[in-house]
Design a protein around this ligand. Structure first.
Ligand code: HEM
Ligand SMILES: N[C@@H](CC(=O)c1ccccc1NC=O)C(=O)O
Length: 284
């Protein structure tokens, strides 16, 4: 490798978050960058419980980072017709989701009056602005364009979100896998504009029905379908616990992000990711 190629390699790895400057004397703290990690909990009030609030959010964002890493890898595996590898990744996503949900139990130990003592210091900040949460929604196939506006001021972030917005989701590549297995799928579904919200389709429902009725013949696709159902199930449980925790802590106050609060979060519960996989259950 020429010197130039080495530099190019390093630049590409740094972009992916990989650093290749190994150091044999490296410590635990250095490896995990604990200096950065553990000095990122600056409270804006002197309220004891603000530490809990910050840590819960940071832990959730770290888990979301791993969910994205795994989901995007699963999308690539499905595209490459390697379904067994995607199962490992998707099973991990579900386990992480079950972990994140536990965070609500910890947060619920904070009472309404405790939260109200530091809520004002949060200004207009809101979980509504969590870009990793939106990237997860996009990766799963829930595409809402108006969300992109929030990030217009940050060009780099906006670009990342826009890319994910236009890319085929986990469900899009799963539908392509159904078509590749010879199941008759409406061509408009295979080559659709991936930035458009997903709408349930009869040919997709029929194809999943065939898979679920002929499990032995379509074992891998059946496994894939159930992995997707697991993920949607957990995501809805996360949303439900969020909504209930919010009701428990702020009642029906309007949100800092400008929404109606709990009523908005209840409405979001109606959004579905993999509609045909749920609909087919009535027919089986
Ligand atoms: C005391 C705790 C919490 C309260 C009172 C709360 C309240 C709210 C409210 C009212 C909204 C609606 C948007 C708005 O108007 O602000 C919202 C959205 C959101 N929150 Fe929280 N939240 C809390 C904890 C969390 C935690 C721990 C997370 C984890 C990261 C989180 C993530 C989100 C996300 C992702 C949204 C956007 C949901 C969507 O648009 O579908 N929240 N939250
Ligand atoms: N939307 C919340 C504020 C809030 O929860 C929040 C504020 C800053 C950073 C993260 C937050 N968490 C989730 O929405 C509220 O209305 O009280």
């Amino acid at each position: 490798m020429t010197k130039n190629e080495t530099y190019q390699n390093k630049a590409a790895e740094a972009e992916k978050g990989i650093h290749t400057d190994f150091n044999n004397n490296m410590t635990y703290g250095e490896y995990l960058q604990l200096d950065t990690l553990l000095s990122s909990q600056d409270r804006l009030s002197d309220h004891h419980d603000e530490m809990l609030f910050i840590v819960i959010h940071q832990v959730s964002e770290l888990w979301m980072k791993l969910i994205l890493h795994e989901t995007n890898a699963a999308i690539e595996s499905i595209k490459a017709d390697d379904l067994p590898t995607s199962f490992k990744r998707l099973a991990r996503v579900s386990k992480i989701q079950s972990q994140i949900i536990q965070a609500w139990d910890v947060l619920s130990t904070m009472t309404p009056s405790e939260y109200m003592e530091f809520r004002d210091s949060l200004g207009q900040a809101s979980g509504f602005q969590s870009y990793q949460y939106r990237l997860i929604e996009f990766a799963l196939g829930y595409k809402t364009g108006h969300i992109l506006k929030i990030y217009e001021k940050d060009q780099e972030l906006h670009k990342i979100l826009e890319q994910a917005f236009h890319a085929p989701s986990l469900y899009d590549v799963s539908i392509q896998a159904l078509a590749k297995a010879g199941l008759p799928i409406n061509p408009d579904m295979v080559n659709r504009d991936f930035s458009k919200p997903y709408k349930a389709d009869d040919s997709v429902r029929e194809a999943w029905l065939t898979v679920y009725r002929n499990v032995d013949q379509y074992w891998d696709l059946y496994q894939l379908g159930e992995k997707l159902v697991d993920i949607e199930d957990w995501l809805q449980q996360w949303r439900f616990r969020h909504m209930k925790t919010v009701e428990r802590i702020i009642g029906f106050k309007v949100g800092t992000g400008g929404s109606s609060g709990v009523n908005y979060l209840k409405k979001v519960l109606d959004q579905r990711f993999f509609p045909e996989l749920w609909d087919l259950r009535t027919e089986i």
